[in-house]
Design a protein around this ligand. Structure first.
Ligand SMILES: C[S@@+](CC[C@H](N)C(=O)[O-])C[C@H]1O[C@@H](n2cnc3c(N)ncnc32)[C@H](O)[C@@H]1O
Length: 336
């Protein structure tokens, strides 16, 4: 284990300990909300957004303790590498898909940027600028601190923002935009067009959108009881609220004016890495129990780790059956 991982885990624990009682209660409420959603209760997007922000406020710190600082599971592109190495490979592939003409002069947009570590990676690879937004101020605070620590304030810009509102950037600003398991799992079908339109607006002509996103595959069948059972079990584990088909997203992108260059399944499955992480979290439960005992963590966290376990098993089954994909690839281009 290297120094950066130890430091990240310690900072995660400190940030968990510093959360206010209101934050902890809001996270518990969000967790219960997801359970009600899972049981089929109809929900409003505004309530879903609040629950997502409240939940991620705790989850991002909790998972950073388990070396999941970038909150997504990549495909296992290289079996000799772990989660982090495969995240880097996945990010390099998405950057390649953006086909930047002048990387060093580029300005990219990271949608749902989490703690800004993917933006940082892109900025180091291109030599250019990256802006990112996220609904959760806690993650944005971590991203801003990290940019300052790396001396990259002039090239990394983070702010609170919401996919469901007009993007707070001028039209034609970006040479490319990208997302990693952060955009489409939070939209109902009828809401896709508005965000696709915003993406189109903020990109320059000729610029591309590329992603690695959770989507159902065309084989998922809502009338198949087993598909529905697996979906119900794994969705809260992904901390996602919705499941779209690639065709839904591509239709919205085309409707906004994009040309869809690629819409394809992940190059490799993610479940082997999900299973590695599940094992790590299982081992970490002793630590969680101890922290609950001294009241640093609220008692429901262990329960939510249980959910991660059972949801993780359902995810593996769904991915093996090829009915859902954590890293569906879409590349879309705004015509010149
Ligand atoms: C699975 S995580 C991926 C985060 C990031 N891309 C990464 O890999 O670290 C999903 C992210 O989407 C963010 N998110 C969810 N709904 C959002 C919304 N409506 N607007 C902006 N960000 C949102 C969450 O706060 C979370 O950081």
């Amino acid at each position: 284990m290297n120094w950066y991982r130890i430091k990240t885990a310690l900072v995660g624990l400190r940030r968990l300990a510093e959360l206010s009682d209101e934050d902890k209660q809001a996270c518990i409420d969000a967790y219960k909300f997801f359970q009600r959603m899972q049981d089929g209760a109809p929900t409003q997007t505004a309530d879903e957004m609040k629950a997502v922000a409240d939940y991620y406020k705790v989850l991002n710190n909790l998972l950073s303790v388990f070396d999941l600082e970038k909150l997504y599971i990549p495909p296992q592109l290289d079996e000799s590498q772990g989660l982090y190495g495969n995240q880097l490979l996945c990010e390099q592939a998405v950057l390649k898909d953006l086909a930047l003409r002048e990387p060093g002069r580029s300005h990219l947009l990271d949608m749902g940027c989490g703690r800004g570590r993917i933006s940082y990676h892109f900025a180091t690879l291109t030599g250019g600028r990256v802006s990112g937004y996220n609904i959760d101020p806690n993650q944005i605070e971590s991203a801003i601190d990290w940019a300052a620590e790396c001396g990259m304030n002039s090239r990394l810009h983070f702010k609170v923002g919401n996919h469901h509102e007009p993007l707070e950037y001028d039209s034609g600003t970006f040479d490319g935009c990208f997302s990693f398991q952060a955009v489409w799992p939070f939209f109902k079908k009828e809401e896709l067009d508005a965000h696709a339109g915003e993406m189109y607006r903020v990109l320059k002509p000729g610029a591309r959108y590329a992603c690695s996103e959770y989507l159902l595959t065309p084989h998922f069948d809502w009338s198949d009881e087993e598909h529905v059972r697996l979906h119900k079990a794994y969705l809260p584990t992904l901390a996602a609220t919705q499941s779209m088909y690639p065709a839904d997203v591509c239709a919205a992108l085309k409707g906004a004016g994009f040309e869809v260059v690629v819409s394809a399944p992940s190059r490799r499955p993610a479940w082997p890495i999900c299973e590695q992480k599940r094992d790590l979290i299982l081992r970490g439960r002793k630590v969680v129990r101890a922290l609950e005992a001294i009241r640093i963590l609220p008692p429901w966290i262990e329960e939510s780790l249980d959910l991660l376990q059972s949801g993780g098993e359902a995810w593996t089954a769904a991915e093996k059956a090829k009915i859902a994909d954590l890293n569906w690839r879409i590349v879309a281009e705004k015509p010149r």
